[in-house]
Design a protein around this ligand. Structure first.
Ligand SMILES: C[S@@+](CC[C@H](N)C(=O)[O-])C[C@H]1O[C@@H](n2cnc3c(N)ncnc32)[C@H](O)[C@@H]1O
Ligand SMILES: *[C@@H]1O[C@H](CO)[C@@H](O)[C@H](O)[C@H]1NC(C)=O
Ligand SMILES: *[C@@H]1O[C@H](CO)[C@@H](O)[C@H](O)[C@H]1NC(C)=O
Ligand SMILES: *[C@@H]1O[C@H](CO)[C@@H](O)[C@H](O)[C@H]1NC(C)=O
Ligand SMILES: *[C@@H]1O[C@H](CO)[C@@H](O)[C@H](O)[C@H]1NC(C)=O
Length: 431
């Protein structure tokens, strides 16, 4: 806490230092005009003591006004960051959790994950040096630090016998899975083989991975999984971990996974209501009966006011105008169920949306959203709105811990991809 605050102070003083330098040059100009005027008046010969006094007072006065303006102008660059902190306060970043509510899916029997925040902290400490050795340093359009850690942590905890990933891009997530489980087979489904990216730059191709890619690509929903599992010597589908990062409708993926008998799933992009290119679990579970769920499309509502305010500070915050479509449709994205990178886009009624959530809740045993690794004042991320996510693993103000875990060594940009990655355990049985 103290550390973070003093960091900010230094930054602020730094800015002011620059301002004073600029002030100096302005002062010189100002004085020379004043001197010239006084010289003229002196030459004119009469009433000069009174006039001189008046002019000096005026010059000093206008100087103050000018430098006041200067402060505003030259601090615009740091305005965003600082004003956000002033606006919400450092503590506000933390306690904002839930001020707009967080629509989590309810689990059937109230079961939850085994791991604790202490496990997550220990995991972070172990993961940072691993992450630093990643082959793909710039993974734009792919996973950043938060989700890489989440996938690694969940995989290492569950210790599956087989890992399946859908959507590999250059292979960063394949590499993460491999770091978590060095000797476990991986199956990767992705239209373009990661080896293709190797021709142009960094990519990762795993030696113990079966690729359904290029001309061998098959969509997850079209694979005969019992056949493929048998081929890999795995007979228990509950020992398989599925990682989805393929931007497909998550309701569709959930049904396909259930049909194949899988129970441990991770969805990389669990977009908030009103955002994203595919229908997500979070969107599905966003219902009036869940805290923070369901939305008022009334333009003068508290929600509208809060959203408008928050939109100024967080890129991914959603204004009521962006949230609500015609006929006050707020579910999914303006009443649409998006699929396949937003290439397919289907309007659904609220009744259908509600039924989807009932279905999801009937099969979810555990629903856990990975928290952001560290608070926005530490990572300097400006995208996700802290009001709509769980408390970060390293909370705002804990700069010492942030530093001790090695997180301050990472580039700020790696923290910019957080979209509520979620782990779900599903089953059909009622017990
Ligand atoms: C966001 S990228 C994945 C990023 C990757 N997991 C990483 O760690 O950086 C999405 C990937 O999904 C692939 N994709 C598109 N349609 C797919 C499908 N039906 N099944 C599997 N992957 C698909 C895209 O080609 C792309 O490589
Ligand atoms: C692949 O995994 C097996 C164990 O499952 C291991 O014996 C083998 O060395 C691995 N091969 C490579 C290239 O990593
Ligand atoms: C899947 O493969 C198995 C053989 O391992 C076969 O018996 C079964 O009919 C196949 N299922 C489908 C839907 O094709
Ligand atoms: C899976 O195979 C193992 C042997 O590899 C066997 O002991 C076990 O009973 C099998 N489980 C199922 C569910 O068939
Ligand atoms: C998603 O698709 C719809 C039409 O199908 C389009 O209006 C909208 O702008 C698209 N959004 C994004 C973010 O691509």
């Amino acid at each position: 806490m103290l550390n973070a605050v003093s960091m900010r102070r230094t930054a602020q003083f730094g800015d002011e230092g620059d301002e004073h330098q600029e002030d100096g040059s302005k002062t010189r100009k100002q004085l020379s005009i004043a001197t010239r005027v006084t010289n003229y008046l002196t030459r004119a010969g009469y009433l000069w003591p009174i006039l001189f006094l008046a002019i000096v007072i005026f010059a000093i006065y206008s100087l103050f006004i000018r430098s006041g303006n200067l402060v505003c102008v030259s601090s615009i660059s740091s305005f965003d960051r600082l004003s956000r902190t002033r606006f919400f306060g450092l503590d506000g970043l933390e306690s904002d959790f839930g001020s707009l509510g967080v629509p989590w899916c309810r689990s059937k029997h109230g079961k939850t994950i085994e791991w604790t925040s202490k496990d997550l902290l220990q995991g972070l400490e172990a993961f940072v040096p691993i992450y630093e050795t990643r082959p793909i340093k710039n993974n734009m359009y792919g996973m950043g630090f938060d989700h890489s850690f989440g996938l690694w942590f969940i995989t290492r905890w569950l210790k599956p016998e087989l890992m399946i990933e859908s959507g590999a891009f250059k292979g960063h997530s394949t590499w993460i899975l491999r770091q978590a489980m060095p000797n476990t087979p991986i199956i990767s489904l992705t239209p373009r083989h990661p080896a293709k990216y190797l021709l142009k730059g960094p990519a990762y191709v795993d030696q113990n991975c079966t690729y359904f890619a290029g001309k061998d690509f098959v969509d997850f929903g079209n694979v005969n999984w019992s056949k493929v599992m048998k081929k890999h010597g795995v007979n228990d589908s509950s020992q398989v971990l599925i990682f989805f990062d393929d931007h497909q409708n998550e309701l569709k993926r959930l049904k396909q996974a259930l049909k194949a008998g899988f129970s441990h799933l991770v969805f990389e992009d669990n977009y908030d209501t009103g955002t994203g290119d595919h229908y997500s679990l979070r969107q599905i579970c966003d219902q009036f009966y869940i805290q923070g769920g369901g939305h008022s499309c009334f333009k003068d509502s508290d929600e509208a006011r809060q959203r408008r305010k928050r939109k100024q500070f967080w890129e991914k915050a959603v204004d009521i105008n962006d949230l609500c479509g015609p006929h006050e449709a707020w579910w999914g994205v303006k009443g649409y169920m998006r699929d396949d990178f937003n290439h397919t886009n289907k309007q659904i009624s609220h009744t259908q949306h509600f039924q989807n959530s009932r279905f999801v809740e009937s099969i979810v045993d555990v629903y856990w959203e990975l928290p952001p690794v560290a608070g926005p004042s530490l990572t300097q991320q400006t995208r996700y709105d802290p009001a709509r996510v769980s408390n970060p693993i390293v909370e705002d103000g804990r700069f010492g811990l942030f530093q001790r875990l090695g997180l301050s060594r990472l580039e700020e940009t790696v923290f910019n991809g957080y979209t509520q990655m979620v782990y779900v355990k599903i089953s059909l049985d009622e017990m």
